[in-house]
Design a binder for this molecule. Structure first.
Ligand SMILES: C=C(O[C@H]1C=CC=C(C(=O)O)[C@@H]1O)C(=O)O
Length: 448
């Protein structure tokens, strides 16, 4: 069978062709709209150029101290960026499709010279979407991107004209100062009561599973330099994807969807056990997690939701029958890697639109779970549990679920940390509270 076409109608950016290619716009009015969305409002297309460079050292250390700093790193590889060449803040239920359309227009109106041709090189946008239909989603095209993959490094400049390779230098971030966490017992009790309420509704057959989240506020004496927690997260959780977009940062173990060269992959997590720090004991706990009917049930809902959402877009899907246990420093999760071969021309944001919210962050059935969350959780999740990641000119990209995360306040002197747990019929409120505490550890520790 011929391999499916994975190129989106974004033009020929994906093909290894001569270094400079200008993709004609689909229609002039769209180009104008895109250009006016760029930060300075001038009606000019973007010019992006990626060049291979010598290894500049740790990517996160290159970030300037700026609210525009962007990051998506995993085990030393990934991309970081800064500056804002263009951005778009989609809103509403169709925010993913609106973002996808905007991106198609940006790509159509841009000139890309990619001498690297690796995932993340060429024109890219970073983004973060809200969990629910509320303001706060953002797709942003940086002016500078630095990337590393499999030992190769590059820099991309994006702007109104071809820019020179910038000077890259590492700097040391300022440690968080005077950190206090507010997690008072009354709020903890109230959350346990909410879990109990959800269990009763599940036992009454209103729904099968719902993910409930809680938040903890942090305060700082000085505005946070987000590069400090980012560096700590990346070194402590190298198997997670450490991200930062517009004050939303964290280290997520869950890949909602990666699209690369027609291959679709998703890492589904649900079902958790805390680690004790004693390796022998943790191995026993991992075995009990793999046998726990409560966790296996919770996991199965999450896998089903992802497999069902991807099925219309994929052939040759592989959905393993049993999960493996993913070991992280704070917790262990039941995990399943779902793969498929793209059979339509969906870009990664269309796949995100089909997948969000998966049962790892929403529940089963989805509509009922989302309704119950809105009714009983009493929390504005913001970007927590929403998709976060990047998209390239071909429509390929990587989008994780914004977990183990926090949103920095606009004045930088505080942040809200989030964690949630999948609730099923035999969930215990005390266990879920302890599990949520364990899921808060990565960001909590990174802020100390
Ligand atoms: C909702 C979160 O985790 C999800 C991902 C992995 C395991 C989960 C669980 O076991 O409940 C959650 O579904 C969170 O970290 O805030």
């Amino acid at each position: 069978m011929a391999p499916p076409s994975h190129a989106r109608p974004h033009g020929p950016h994906v093909r290894p062709v001569p270094p400079v290619h200008h993709v004609p716009s689909r229609c002039a009015s769209k180009v104008e709209r895109v250009s006016t969305l760029a930060t300075d409002g001038r009606a000019e297309p973007l010019v992006a150029r990626s060049r291979e460079i010598a290894d500049p050292g740790e990517l996160l250390a290159l970030l300037p101290s700026s609210p525009d700093a962007l990051a998506w790193v995993h085990g030393g590889d990934g991309i970081v960026g800064w500056g804002r060449a263009a951005s778009f803040a989609p809103d509403g239920d169709d925010r993913f499709d609106a973002a996808d359309d905007w991106w198609a227009e940006v790509v159509d109106a841009s000139v890309v010279r990619d001498e690297v041709e690796l995932p993340g090189s060429g024109l890219v946008a970073f983004g973060s979407f809200t969990f629910a239909d509320r303001p706060g989603s953002l797709l942003t095209v940086p002016e500078i991107v630095v990337g590393r993959r499999d030992g190769r490094c590059w820099v991309t400049t994006i702007g109104r004209s071809l820019g020179p390779v910038p000077e890259l230098s590492a700097s040391t971030p300022r440690d968080p100062a005077g950190v206090r966490f507010a997690d008072d017992p009354a709020r903890r009790e109230a959350w346990s009561a909410t879990v109990e309420k959800a269990v009763r509704r599940i036992q009454a057959d209103e729904l099968d599973k719902v993910v409930l989240a809680r938040s903890v506020d942090a305060r700082f004496d000085e505005p946070l330099d987000v590069r400090a927690p980012l560096g700590r997260l990346a070194s402590t959780y190298p198997s997670c994807w450490t991200f930062h977009v517009d004050g939303f940062f964290g280290s997520t173990p869950e890949m909602l969807v990666r699209l690369q060269g027609g291959l679709v992959t998703s890492r589904v997590l649900a079902g958790t056990i805390r680690r004790t720090g004693d390796d022998a004991r943790d191995l026993g706990l991992a075995a009990s997690l793999a046998r726990s009917s409560k966790d296996l049930e919770e996991h199965e809902y999450a896998v089903r939701s992802v497999a069902d959402a991807l099925a219309p877009h994929c052939t040759g899907m592989n959905v393993p029958e049993s999960p493996f246990v993913l070991h992280l420093p704070n917790v262990m999760h039941l995990a399943t890697d779902v793969t498929g071969v793209l059979r339509d021309d969906a870009g990664v944001l269309s796949l995100v639109a089909s997948l969000h919210p998966s049962a790892a962050v929403g529940g089963t059935p989805t509509a009922e779970a989302v309704r119950v969350i809105a009714e009983i959780e009493r929390l504005d999740r913001g970007r927590y549990a929403g998709p976060v990641g990047w998209i390239g000119a071909s429509g390929d990209g990587e989008w994780g679920i914004g977990l183990r995360s926090a949103q920095v306040r606009a004045d930088g002197r505080g942040a809200r940390l989030f964690a949630g747990c999948g609730i099923v019929a035999d969930s215990s409120p005390a266990d879920e509270l302890a599990e949520a505490d364990a899921k808060l550890i990565p960001v909590r520790d990174a802020l100390r």
